[in-house]
Design a protein around this ligand. Structure first.
Ligand code: FAD
Length: 615
């Protein structure tokens, strides 16, 4: 029998992050996965990041995780979403070359000291006196460990649906993990079923690109990792097309043949990533939906049509896809499908991601009711750290809603459970002005260093950045602006004659002061990146107090009673979706309203404001 400190089951996005984190901390780690080819496989879209999700990747990177660095090396188109809005809601996103991502992830994992990748199926857990002490492999081998992390993704009792056809599988081309799934059900853990779907894959050589609009990446690409400055490989453009009235007609005519509407699937899918048949039904008034045609790699002709995931039969997929402009002669390489899988009620987890009912077993990723590579990676990292800390007899590390989106996600999952796949949005974070993608390192790298997660290279880079910020702050604070200078530079001068430094101005009028400083001549030697960061920090410091006060007010008033006839429709700014949920649930007070899935701090503030007006 072989013994490890930590065993990770599953080499997907949660598993790789968990195993790498535990190994970085010096633990002896085994990563057991169905196939070593699993490392770095992206089951669905060839893209990383976006709003909320990009924030999580930055947090993983700040803790020296792998997802950000690997994405940068495999990124073939980088875009900073919401570039024109404030940094708090900007999200880095990239198109990824699938094959490169896999190759880079495999190199990271196989080259990691203390980490052994084992190709095998885990069929059982070893449980001694109510505690998980290892795993049993399909060939009967037992591996022993101080802690086990389960990250089986969509594989536990997975069922694929294409129209009325059903196949067992963890994703297309891979077997499902039924024996482990059955065993976990026997252990009496709170198990439910969720579903997700993926679009057909297209042969790019059969697309008429010439008649389609193109979307280029950013002229000045922003990387995920704080250690990288520029893309590593050639960059590409994506195509844009749309569904049309004919597409919708074909889908409507065949709805009863879709797995979803034909009654073959009963579980809930991701609300914010609906299938094309769902879009046609739910948004019946719209006769067109946008589709991004995303190349899956530099050396690959496969194209991912983002926006038309489906569980319709193959002949219907063929017909509706070919009704779309530019796709009239397209060849489908792999049909779209939906998948149903087991997940565990995350309310059974501790903040460390250890299961309360089964000590020694940590759960991370899709099996906790989330959807997305980034959400999985974030949980994997937390589980990896805490498994090592458990083995070492140390207190768990509990990221909080105040310090990270990862903390927000774990808190939401534990408080509310997941009746539909949970994905991250910036609106879920009440402290979102402080939890920006640009300051993830300032928020978390110090913690990462104290947890033993951070390499010497990153420590040095982080130290240099913080020293530069501090020196620039001192320099700007020491430089007092005279009245004549303020007038000359267009800066507001205090009527009281109060002496203000350039740093004060950066807080009072961040954009104006930053623009002035960037012109040069006022204060030489300021590195533009340091100045930009100081300016962002200063901008948000102003609002952070207001944000903290709003959060505090919500906490104080969470017992405030909501009348039974409260009119949610009368609140402007409240989304139709949340308004409908609130009107249906009729929470008694704000605390209850806060527990409704999908509820956001901003929406609670709107309700509170109206309650106050009515009082
Ligand atoms: P996975 O990436 O699924 O990895 C699980 C790993 O565990 C695999 O490597 C598997 O081999 C291994 N494993 C499982 N059981 C065992 C066992 N018994 N023994 C050994 N190894 C085992 N996300 C979105 O954000 N939006 C979408 O629209 C979307 N659509 C999707 C559509 C489909 C069809 C699928 C399959 C997934 C989709 N996803 C989508 C989800 C996305 O792929 C997951 O969120 C992400 O991969 C979860 O990462 P994970 O590490 O939890 O699991």
């Amino acid at each position: 029998m072989k013994r490890f400190d930590v065993i990770v089951i599953g080499g997907g996005h949660a598993g790789t992050e968990a195993a790498h984190a535990a190994a970085r901390m010096g633990a002896q780690v085994a990563l057991v996965t169905l196939s070593t080819r699993d490392l770095g496989v992206m089951s669905c879209n060839p893209a990383m990041g976006g709003l909320g999700k990009g924030h999580i990747i930055r947090e993983i990177d700040a803790l020296d995780g792998v997802m950000g660095r690997v994405s940068d090396r495999a990124g073939i188109q980088f875009r900073l979403l919401n570039r024109r809005k404030g940094p708090a809601v900007q999200g880095p996103r990239a198109q990824i070359d699938r094959a490169l991502y896999r190759a880079e992830m495999q190199a990271e994992m196989t080259g990691m000291a203390n980490l052994r990748v084992i190709e095998a199926e885990v069929t059982d857990l070893r449980v001694d006196t109510g505690r998980v002490t290892g795993v049993v492999l399909a060939d009967g081998t037992t591996l022993e460990a101080g802690a086990v992390i389960l990250t089986a993704g969509t594989f536990l009792r997975g069922t694929l649906h294409i129209g009325d056809r059903q196949l067992r599988g963890g994703r297309m081309g891979d077997a499902s993990a039924d024996r482990l799934g059955d065993r976990l059900r026997d252990l009496g853990l709170g198990v439910g079923r969720l579903k997700t779907g993926t679009p057909p894959r297209l042969d790019g050589r059969s697309i008429d690109w010439a008649i389609l609009d193109r979307q280029e990446g950013d002229a000045e690409p922003v990387m995920f990792s704080f250690l990288n400055r520029a893309p590593f490989v050639r960059q590409i453009a994506c195509g844009i097309t749309h569904t049309n009235a004919r597409t919708h007609e074909i889908i409507r005519e065949n709805l009863s043949r879709s797995a979803l509407y034909g009654g073959y699937i009963s579980s809930t899918g991701p609300r914010y990533c609906p299938s094309v048949e769902d879009k046609v039904v739910r948004f019946a008034d719209k006769d067109s939906h946008q589709i991004f045609l995303e190349p899956e790699g530099l050396e690959d002709h496969t194209v991912y049509p983002n926006g038309i995931s489906t569980s319709l039969p193959e002949d219907v997929q063929d017909a509706y896809v070919r009704s779309i402009r530019g796709l009239e002669s397209v060849r489908i390489l792999q049909p779209g499908y939906a998948i149903e899988y087991d997940y565990f009620d995350p309310r059974g987890l501790k903040g460390s991601l250890e299961l309360t009912a089964l000590p020694g077993l940590f759960l991370a990723g899709q099996i906790n009711g989330t959807t997305g590579y980034e959400e999985a990676g974030g949980q994997g990292l937390v589980a990896g750290v805490n498994a090592v800390r458990l083995v070492r007899g140390e207190d768990p590390w509990l990221p909080s809603r105040r310090d990270s989106y990862i903390g927000v996600m774990i808190d939401d999952l534990r408080a509310n459970g997941a009746t539909e796949p949970y994905r991250m949005f910036t609106s879920r974070a009440e402290y979102r002005l402080s939890l920006r993608a640009d300051n993830a390192d300032q928020r978390l790298t110090e913690t990462g260093i104290s947890l033993g997660l951070v390499s010497e290279t990153r420590k040095a880079a982080f130290g240099a950045k913080m020293a530069a910020l501090s020196a620039a702050r001192d320099q700007l604070s020491a430089r007092i602006v005279t009245r004549a200078e303020a007038e000359d530079w267009g800066l507001p001068y205090a009527a009281s004659g109060e002496r203000r430094s350039l740093m004060d101005y950066l807080s009072i009028v961040p954009d104006t002061a930053a623009a002035l400083l960037a012109q040069g001549g006022v204060m030489e030697g300021l590195d533009p990146e340091t100045l930009t960061q100081l300016s962002r920090d200063a901008t948000y410091e102003k609002y952070a107090h207001r944000q903290d006060a709003a959060v505090e007010m919500l906490r104080r008033d969470e017992d405030m009673r909501i009348p039974d006839d409260f009119d949610y429709a009368a609140i402007s700014g409240l989304s139709g979706e949340l308004g409908a949920k609130l009107a249906y649930v009729r929470p008694q007070n704000l605390a209850e309203a806060g527990r409704i899935e999908g509820m956001t701090p901003a929406a609670l503030t709107l309700i509170l404001a109206r309650l106050r007006r009515l009082a």
